[in-house]
Design a protein around this ligand. Sequence first.
Ligand code: SF4
Length: 65
Amino acid sequence: MTVCPVDCIYEGDDMVYINPDECIDCGLCEPECPVNAIFVDTDVPPNWKEYIQKNTTESKRIAGE
Ligand code: SF4
């Protein structure tokens, strides 16, 4: 995703993932998400909390870490 200045958004099969260790919390990607699914980790809605761990695991797997 070109909007990210540190290139820490990784494309998976059915969604994209943000590497939390690389993200600088600039917020530029939030308005670009077509389904409004990007949140700072402390603001993730309760019913989406399970995605926090999935995001970390998958972003690092795709990045080859
Ligand atoms: S908030 Fe993080 S993922 Fe989003 S554009 Fe900024 S650095 Fe990239």
